[in-house]
Structures are given as structure tokens and as C-alpha cells.
Design a protein around this ligand. Sequence first.
Ligand code: ATP
Ligand code: MG
Ligand code: MG
Ligand code: MG
Length: 475
Amino acid sequence: MKSAEIRDTFLKFFESKGHQIVASSSLVPHDDPTLLFTNAGMNQFKDVFLGFDKRPYTRATTSQKCVRAGGKHNDLENVGYTARHHTFFEMLGNFSFGDYFKRDAITYAWELLTDVFKLPKDKLWVTVYAEDDEAYDIWTREVGVPAERVIRIGDNKGARYASDNFWMMGDTGPCGPCTEIFYDHGPDIWGGPPGSPEEDGDRYIEIWNNVFMQFNRDEAGVMHPLPKPSVDTGMGLERISAVLQHVHANYEIDLFQRLIAAAARETSGADMDSPSLRVLADHIRACSFLIADGVIPGNEGRGYVLRRIIRRAIRHGYKLGARAAFFHKMVADLVAEMGAAYPELKAGERRIADVLRQEEERFFATIENGMAIVEAELAAMETAGNKVFDGDTAFKLHDTYGFPLDLTADICRERGVTVDAVAFDAAMARQKEQARAAGKFRMAANLEYEGPQTTFHGYERLEEKGSILALYKDG
Ligand code: ATP
Ligand code: MG
Ligand code: MG
Ligand code: MG
């Protein structure tokens, strides 16, 4: 089954269960300062869950564009390293606004997976929130999943394992306990069932999360009950496609083949298994969809996240041999692959390619010299047996050559070393201090100055630097 057909089958299934098909919202959240980019299907319904907004329907289904490259859910560092994470992906979801709750949510999910998609039941594993006996009983007694494949997991913050069955959109907002469905890709792949120490492997892959929305979390962390218990689910289109297309990694599904071929074509014939090709295929989607939704590369906020993704892509292209702007040439391939499902891509094609090309030309002007510094430092480290990349050098790369810290860290990770982020921060703070001192001096000088006023860039620059740090730390 092709991805397009899977998307369609999902929406039609929930339509047949009385759900209104609603279009994806923009990647730039509407009027929500708590959110960097749309990170889940429920974002556009946040106010409906909270009871501030009413819709003419109580059940909805969507295929939502999501970007997880900053904020609470950040997968940028996973791309190229796991089989299942993208920065941009499509989340299929069904929603109940005070309509059905746990029982229907669970039985709909099971019906779609096992009756419609015909997944083998013995390959499906389920997690429930540790204290949620109701969900546990529905799974084991009503649906009939054997108890050994239904695992109770808490919101074990700071606990041994990474699993977390209490879903939150961000630090504040709608949240609740959840139940998740995993698919076992088989013993050839490393990894353990959810809740085990090896759960971060890619054998048991989470395909679907069903959240029982019950609370609104405020700034102080206090949970206020929502007006009506609701349901919010999310299933990654790419992950369910991998299962249904009998491949393991998301990058092996139909949607990615043209993009990976385009990445190879534009970067002088790399080894087709290179993770860099996957990174490029991932990043062209994120960058193009973000630009289509109005984000422009810049030095702060959303624009800076976009710039960082573009520069990471360029660096991967550079690694594969590209020495001049190439990334924007992949836009046409993306439009050919996804333009029918997302007309904004087709409509924005020229502009997207232009924005990328300009950004590429800027970075190609400094990347060569920057990479020479990186290589020299790495060589010196190897001779000295040093495993930590110097923070002042990382700062110089950032400040003079346009290498965001996470880009330098990405290169270091490939070589098995880390960056001294503390020293990087200290160098950044020193520069801020100097800029502040220079700003004060200039303001004092301006008091006696009668001619045209000099433009003061100090604060702008401070803010810009501040947000760079904040964003990096956020990740
Ligand atoms: P994981 O544990 O694998 O990182 P998650 O628990 O963070 O996933 P949820 O927030 O529960 O993910 O999102 C709902 C669904 O969206 C997931 O079950 C998965 O199918 C899909 N999904 C989440 N993150 C990504 C991603 N970065 N790329 C592709 N699909 C994703
Ligand atoms: Mg995650
Ligand atoms: Mg998870
Ligand atoms: Mg999850």
C-alpha cells in the first residue's frame, strides 16, 4: 500500500465512524506563543480541548504536517541516527471533543490496525499509563491482547527508562495519560520492548499514541481538569507505511525514494546507504514545508531553527562532495512527490527554491574555511588523544563562519567526540558583555553628537545571540 493510500484509508475509516475530515493546519502555530512549530495533530484543536472554542463537530480526523526540531518535542538530533525519526512528518489523528473516550478510542485503533490494515496481532505491543486500570482492562479483557504484551509505564521523569505514558503538548496546555501501540520489527533488529532497558533500539517501534486528554497544565505545573474528557491520537504516516510496506526504516518507504535519489544525484554519487542521504531527504521536506508556511531563515526564533536545518543539510551535502548550492535543486523532486497532497508546495515552489538557494550561497561562502578549521582541530585532538572539541573554537566557528553550535556538534558526533558547550557559552557571554559595553559607550558618545545618528545594533545583536543559546539549550 502506497503512503497516499494509507493516508486516505485512515481518514476514510474515521469518517465512516462519524469523524469530520479537517485539513492540516500550518506548521506555524496560529496565535500560540507556547509553541515553536506545530508538533502534533491536536495543536489546531488546543482551544477546543480547553473549552474556549466550539466546533460544529465533536469528532475529527486529520493528516497533520508536523515539525519536531525544537521546543518540547525535538527530534533533530535523532535524524540520521534512528530508523523512525524525522524533523518533518505527517501525523494521522482522530479526535474526540468530549464525545467518546477510552473504550472507543482503543477499539477503533485496534479495528483499523488488525481488520483494515491486517497487521498480525502477535506483533503488536501496547503500553498504558501505570495507574490506568481502565485502559489496561479494555486492552486485556475486551480487545484480548495477552497480558504479557500490555505494559504499564509511568510518567517516570528522571527514572531509568525513557518511556513516558503521560503526554503533554508542551510545558503548559492540554495533557493526559496515554496508551501507545508498538510494532515488533523482529529479532534481526536491536532493541527491546517498551519499558525495557533496550527500548530505545529500533526493533519495537511506536506507531500510534492514543492520549486521553483530561487536564490543562498551567505554568506552575498544576493540573486542572478539562471541561470534558477527550481523545487525541497520533500515528506517524511514515512509521505505519514502513510496517505496511514490509520495510524497517521510515526512509525505505515509497515517499523517500525519489528524495534519496535526488540527494545522491546532487551530491556526486555517494554510497546509497550513507546516512547523509537520509538526512538530506528529511531536511528538504522540513525546510520546504516551513518556507511554504512562511518561515524565512534568520537569526532568531523559528527563522533560526530553519537556518540551522538548512546549514546541517548543506554540511551533509558538503560531506558527500557538493561544493556549490545544490539543496534547492531537490525542491522540484519534493514537489513531484508531495505536491498533489500539499498544494502549497506546488504554489510556493519557485519561492522555496529561491530562499534555499540564497541561504546556500551565503553558507557556501564560508563553509570551506570553517570546515578546514574543524578538520585541523579534530586532527590536533586525535594527536593529543583529546575527546572534547574546544569551546572557543566552536564559538569562533559560530561567530565568524556561521556554524551553529549544533552543526559543529553533529560533525563531532560522527567522529565520536563531544563539544565543550560550557566553554562555548562562556565565550558567547563574553562577547555579549563586550557588545553591551560598546553599546553604552556609543550611547554616551551620541549625547554630544550633533550629526546623523549612528544606528545602534547592540541590543539586536544581544537578542539574537540570546535566542541562539536559548534555542540550543531547549533542544
Ligand atoms: P518516539 O518515542 O518514537 O520518539 P513519541 O512518543 O515522541 O515517539 P508522540 O509524541 O507520541 O511520539 O507522537 C505520536 C506519533 O507520531 C508517534 O507514535 C509516531 O508514530 C509519530 N512520530 C513522533 N515523532 C516522530 C518523528 N520525529 N518522526 C516521525 N514520526 C514521529
Ligand atoms: Mg519522541
Ligand atoms: Mg514515545
Ligand atoms: Mg508517544
